[in-house]
Write a new protein. Structure first.
Lengths: 257, 331
């Protein structure tokens, strides 16, 4: 059904028949997923189901043994994080988002520092840009001169998201974006996700929290033991259906389909 | 998470951080004050200049070590590497002296800078390409460099040619407008180091790599290159220190630079650079080198503690500095 709705639109990302194994273990086994503009696709599964591995192939941290990645309809070769960035794919890792000892601006521009005409880092310009984008994303954000280790979980998450947005990401990968956040901050992050969707950005959201996925995602792809159980429209399924897919590896309503 | 709470915290934090950055300078001031109280000779111009000049070696090597430590690395080979570079430099100068005369000195210095940088490059490449812990690699090269200088000196000493002594002497003993050359060289190296660390992309990436190398890698930073380059800078600084060191004693021996790695790492750490990387403080390192030298000087002048215990006191200082980091740092 989802496919019918999306007819005529080129998917932002298509990962086709992806396989990767580590020492004989098939971490990802013939998995295909896709993502359309303005859509949030949840990737669900237990720890070790292969969802993080799959997404690290897209972000350039791992290379698939076989399978193809198409970005905006074109076949793409992603061998390192720089390739992914060039394709406007940005990843926000749960634990690897920010360098703790640097301030928000240095983190935002890490690896792509703004420089003066003489080639020196331009801290003033970077801070000004950071202030501009944070005013849009999180107006409460005030700690521009502190190392990000001094920030709360939600503030850190908003810096990580700001980084992706600033560099014009069209494909965003979020790894457990609301893990370890309080209810208020979780709310803030969901509002951010809504904003990004409205801009036509496609988001892969990795989670093992069904409620997050039900609330934030349009579709959900469930993985178990490295294989894809199925991809469903979130509106068509219940919490229990998703649970059944995660735990039992059964696609709901197969008979009705 | 009220906005009032968010607004209130930054002022506190800002004050605390600035205080932390000043700590090495405050400690230095206190120790100088102590020295002045204990012995009236301490504050004499001669003694002060002597102490500052002696600290130059540790400070210069410390600038390089600040880069290495800021990337999360560690270089134990610096003392042996300095002895090795001193040895190579003396051999080069002695070989060139008959044909070049005093010009053998700048050529020898150039040789030292190239050899030092290559030694650093060797350390860096083994660590990044071979993916081995810096501790182990530099422990190995420490042994190698030490053995090489022992071999080159044949267990005795390797002296510089007589004809070069008087021409080279001023590099350590001379001064410009009353400021000894080693002090000027230290200031130049530290200023260069601070410029690279705080004003260039490379410097920003040094702290990023030390803070979290995976984050840096995923941000598209060439982590291996940044690390290797830090070791090259370290090697270059070791060579600069060697150039200042040769005219002081005019010879290399198997004990040249022994245990300097302890002093250098101590200077860097008490200067406010995090041993686990991610935060670097060049001028703190210079202050740290001064603190070590001033303490040794006060011990010699005071007669309260035997000067044979200087290394014990310095060892104690690095442990206390680490404990202070642990209990005052965030988490």
């Amino acid at each position: 059904m989802a496919q019918v709705q999306k007819q005529g639109v080129t998917p932002l990302v298509e990962m086709r028949d992806i396989c990767i194994s580590f020492g004989g273990v098939h971490a990802v086994d013939h998995v295909s997923v896709d993502l359309y503009p303005g859509e949030v696709v949840g990737l669900l599964g237990h720890n070790g189901a292969g969802k993080s591995t799959l997404i690290k192939i897209l972000s350039g941290a791992y290379q698939a043994d076989s399978g193809e990645i198409h970005v905006r309809g074109k076949k793409a070769t992603i061998t390192n994080p720089r390739d992914a960035r060039a394709l406007k794919i940005e990843t926000i890792y749960q634990t690897l988002a920010l360098a703790d000892n640097l301030d928000a601006a240095s983190n935002l521009f890490l690896g792509r520092e703004l420089v003066t005409p003489l080639g020196l880092v331009d801290d003033d310009a970077m801070e000004a840009e950071t202030r501009k984008i944070m005013a849009k994303l999180n107006p409460n954000f005030k700690k521009f001169n502190d190392p990000v280790s001094a920030l709360s979980g939600g503030q850190r998450q908003s810096v990580a998201i700001a980084r992706a947005v600033y560099f014009d990401a069209q494909i965003l990968i979020m790894d457990e974006p609301t893990a370890a956040l309080g209810p208020h901050e979780t709310q803030m992050v969901s509002e951010l996700i809504e904003q990004l969707k409205a801009q036509g950005i496609g988001i892969f959201l990795i989670s093992h929290d069904i409620h997050d996925v039900m609330k934030l995602c349009d579709r959900a792809s469930v993985m178990k033991n490295g294989q894809l159980v199925g991809t469903v429209d979130v509106d068509d399924v219940t919490d229990d259906d998703l649970l059944g897919m995660i735990i039992l590896g059964k696609k709901p309503g197969v008979a009705a389909d | 998470m009220s906005s009032a709470e968010i607004a209130a915290i930054p002022e506190n934090e800002g004050f605390k951080i600035r205080w932390g950055d000043c700590a090495p300078f405050i400690a230095l001031a206190l120790i100088i004050l102590l020295g002045a109280l204990i012995n009236s000779n301490f504050m004499s111009t001669n003694n002060i200049l002597n102490v500052i000049t002696r600290s130059a070696f540790i400070a210069i090597i410390g600038v390089g070590a600040t880069f290495v430590i800021a990337t999360g690395g560690l270089d134990l080979s610096i003392g042996s590497m300095m002895a090795f570079v001193v040895g190579i430099m003396i051999m080069a100068m002695n070989a060139l002296a008959p044909s070049l005369g005093a010009w053998a000195i700048p050529v020898g210095a150039l040789v030292a800078l190239v050899v030092g940088s290559l030694c650093g490059l060797l350390n860096g490449l083994i660590i990044t390409v071979g993916r081995i812990e810096p501790f182990i690699v530099t422990l190995g090269t420490m042994g190698i460099f030490r053995a090489l200088i022992t071999y080159m000196t044949d267990g005795g000493s390797l002296s510089i040619d007589r004809s070069l002594r008087s021409a080279y002497r001023p590099v350590y003993f001379g001064d410009f407008l009353g400021i000894p050359y080693p002090v000027i060289i230290t200031l130049v190296i530290a200023s260069l180091g601070a410029f690279i660390l705080y004003r260039t992309k490379y410097g920003r990436r040094v702290t990023a790599v030390g803070s979290n190398s995976d984050v840096a890698r995923f941000s598209g930073v060439h982590v291996g290159r940044v690390r290797t380059m830090a070791f090259v800078i370290q090697g270059f600084c070791v060579a600069v220190a060697a150039i200042c060191y040769v005219p002081r004693l005019g010879a290399a021996t198997p004990t040249t630079g022994q245990l300097w790695e302890l002093q250098v790492i101590t200077a860097v750490v008490i200067g406010g650079t995090l041993l686990r990387g991610g935060k670097a403080h060049i001028w703190g390192t210079v202050a740290g080198a001064l603190i070590l030298e001033v303490i040794a000087n006060v011990m010699v002048l005071s007669d309260m503690v035997s000067e044979y215990l200087v290394a014990a006191v310095q060892g104690t200082i690095i442990i206390i500095a680490m404990l202070a980091h642990r209990f005052t740092g965030p988490r």
